[in-house]
Structure formats: structure tokens, C-alpha cells
Design a protein around this ligand. Structure first.
Ligand code: TYD
Length: 203
């Protein structure tokens, strides 16, 4: 991976781990303290991200590799789109907070595809921080069921076990420019949020 994008912060974890909640709480903390930030997520709500979601919802059938390529295309657009790209937001001096980034592709897509192929598709810059919300699989499944989400392709315990193993493998060989922070996903969400804020803002 080539470069590291300063002030780019990503949340990663299994489905149901709490990444969306923490992304939102951090954005609220930025607003309260007058820091300019952009909160965002992948897959995006832009056309390529919508295409990904329609595959997850089984409205479109394709192959795991085609899906991996679409996640990567959505990510390229998310970073570099001339109108709403994140790199532009960072250059404008904002803190950019994303619910998921390329580590989700490495962890999820490499369950069904060759890891090196997925890594090659995701040769994107590293973020400054990865906050990994470590939540036990049983708890993730409980939360997914409570949400009453339509059963998406990936939301199954056996699958999540493989994804979790992949995350560990990725984190063992991470770009040294990235700071990885593990958060205990069983703690109350406000406590987790305070820990994140302490790490980012108490200098
Ligand atoms: P997300 O919208 O975060 O799901 P939810 O809101 O239900 O938590 O992400 C949709 C799914 O896509 C989720 O199961 C994780 C998966 N995913 C990948 O497999 N690869 C990726 O690169 C990304 C960004 C997400």
C-alpha cells in the first residue's frame, strides 16, 4: 500500500459489531467541539455502492470476484470522485471518518476469493487510524437479529467466524504507518466513544 492519508479514520468490525454507531458518535463529538469532519461509509450510497447493495440483497446475481471488483470500484470513487471524493475533503482540512474501508474487502471478500487477488484490487492509501470494534460473534448475531434486517448474504455465524480470522491475519501484517486500535465491543457505546475521542483528541 502506497501512502497514508492523515486525518482519515476508519471503523472496522463484524456485522453487528457497532461500527455505524461509533462512526456517528465520533461525528457528533466533532460537531460538539467545532472540528470539521465528514462522516461516511462503504459501500457508499452512490451509484456503485447501490449496485453492491443490490447484489447483497440478491436482486442481482453475480460472482464473488465481480462483487469484490465492485466494492473496489465503489472505494476508488469514494476516494477520488471529483465532486464528493474523500481525498478532496481531507485536502480541505476535514477529519474524514468512514464506517468500513478496504480492510472489510480484505476480510470479507477473501472468504470466497483468493486473498492476493483481493489485496491487488485494494491497493489504496492507508488511513491514519483503524478502530477495530472487537465484538463476539454471538453478540453480533444477536444484534443483527434485533435489527430485523433483511438477511443479507454475509450475516451468518459461520461466515463471520471466517471473516474474524481474516481480520486477525490482516492486522498481523499491517502497514506500519497505520495505527490500529482495538475496542472492546461489549462495553457501553458511550464508553467506547469516549475512548476513541481520548485517543484522537487528547494531545
Ligand atoms: P454495511 O452497510 O456496513 O452493513 P450493515 O449496515 O448491515 O452493517 O455493509 C454491508 C455489508 O458489506 C457488510 O456485511 C460488510 C460487507 N462489506 C464487504 O464485504 N466488503 C467491503 O469492502 C465492505 C465495505 C463491506
Amino acid at each position: 500500500m502506497a501512502t497514508m492519508l492523515e486525518n482519515f479514520i476508519v471503523f472496522e468490525g463484524l456485522d453487528g459489531a457497532g461500527t455505524t454507531t461509533q462512526m456517528q458518535l465520533l461525528a457528533e463529538a466533532c460537531d460538539r467541539s467545532g472540528r470539521r469532519c465528514k462522516a461516511t461509509f462503504e459501500p457508499t450510497d452512490k451509484p456503485l455502492g447501490r449496485l453492491v447493495r443490490s447484489i447483497l440483497k440478491k436482486q442481482i446475481v453475480t460472482t464473488p470476484l465481480a462483487l469484490a471488483m465492485l466494492y473496489a470500484a465503489d472505494r476508488e470513487d469514494h476516494l477520488h470522485n471529483p465532486i464528493y471524493g474523500l481525498v478532496g475533503e481531507l485536502e480541505a482540512g476535514k477529519l474524514v471518518i468512514s464506517d468500513r474501508y478496504l480492510y472489510s474487502s480484505l476480510a470479507y471478500q477473501s472468504v470466497e476469493c483468493d486473498f492476493d487477488r483481493i489485496a491487488a484490487l485494494n491497493d489504496f492509501p492507508s488511513p491514519q487510524y483503524i478502530f477495530y470494534i472487537d465484538t463476539p460473534i454471538d453478540e453480533c448475531i444477536k444484534r443483527i437479529n434485533l435489527r430485523g434486517d433483511e438477511a443479507e448474504l454475509f450475516e451468518r455465524a459461520e461466515f463471520l467466524r471466517l471473516v474474524q480470522e481474516n481480520y486477525e491475519r490482516i492486522f498481523a501484517t499491517l502497514d506500519p504507518a497505520v495505527t490500529l486500535v482495538r475496542l472492546d465491543g461489549m462495553r457501553p457505546k458511550q464508553e467506547i466513544a469516549r475512548e476513541v475521542e481520548k485517543i484522537l483528541f487528547s494531545e
